[in-house]
Design a protein around this ligand. Structure first.
Ligand SMILES: [Zn+2]
Length: 276
């Protein structure tokens, strides 16, 4: 399989989920071997690669940082790239956080998929899983397994101890990303909103870009489009976070109660076991 880039440039405008600031973002094709590279036009064109070595923070979003410059909430766009098979692209931003759009990866995935990808001449390299790997975080009750398999697949299970969400599972086996995974939106609990705002987070969050769970028994505003939309979104996030490996992990990935920081820590631990 060869590497692919996007076949056009695409611009987006919107607000950052956490900063609440308006931002303009332009996606552009990139040569083979580039990977995904962010460029801050408001910071003298400072560049940063989507790579686990640049992972900085995972508090309610994935933040990359390099040479004192950061980019926040990269996970939904990275997920769209990985889910559609985009290896190389430039992402120009005039602010510090990607636009949240509708809280999903659909706005990105839809336009990229509509034009099709551009095949490049270099081969795509993958990380081969030779033996089972497991990472656990017993404090948060999470685990993640990576097992050898001939195909790439992701499976996520969540349990928030909430009657509204219940126990949910979602799966991705390399096809149907645009229809099945990309449209799932981010979510939060109404009871958390006040605290998150006090912490300076979700300033751009609204009932238009997130599912808001109002316990004990309902969603405020937007209603889920899938019974397991929350699990699908956690899967979307995991695909984005794991793309920080720099190339696809060819194996079976199973996660229970994943989260951004957990995903990054697990990925780092896994990569240490792999001969790159
Ligand atoms: Zn997300």
């Amino acid at each position: 399989m060869n590497q692919h880039t996007i076949s056009n440039t695409y611009s987006f405008e919107g607000v950052g989920l956490h900063t609440g600031k308006r931002v303009r973002m332009v996606l552009a094709p990139a040569p083979a071997g580039t990977g995904i590279v962010f460029r801050r036009t408001d910071r003298k064109g400072a560049e940063m690669k989507a790579d686990i070595s640049n992972f900085h923070r995972g508090k309610r979003s994935t933040m990359l940082r390099s040479n004192g410059v950061s980019v926040r909430t990269v996970e939904h766009l990275l997920s769209a790239f990985a889910g559609l098979g985009v290896d190389n692209a430039f992402v120009e931003l005039d602010g510090s956080e990607l636009p949240i759009m509708d809280g999903s990866a659909r706005p990105f995935a839809e336009v990229i998929a509509a034009d099709g990808l551009a095949e490049q001449t270099a081969q795509r390299e993958v990380i081969t899983v030779r033996e089972p790997f497991e990472y656990r975080d017993d404090r948060r009750g999470s685990f993640l397994r990576i097992e050898p398999d001939s195909a790439i697949s992701y499976q996520v299970k969540i349990d928030f101890n909430s009657k509204v969400i219940g126990v949910q599972e979602a799966r991705f086996d390399g096809t149907g990303y645009l229809e099945e995974i990309a449209p799932s939106r981010t979510f939060c609990f109404k009871r958390e909103v006040r605290l998150l705002r006090l912490l300076g987070l979700i300033k751009g969050g609204s009932l238009e870009n997130a599912l808001v769970i109002d316990e004990p028994d309902r969603y405020l505003g937007l209603q889920p489009a899938f019974d397991n939309e929350c699990a699908r979104h956690k899967l979307l996030d995991l695909i984005g976070d794991f793309s920080l490996a720099g190339r696809p992990i060819a194996g079976r990935i199973t996660a229970y109660k994943p989260g951004h920081k957990f995903n990054a820590t697990a990925l780092r631990a896994f990569l240490e076991t792999v001969n790159l």
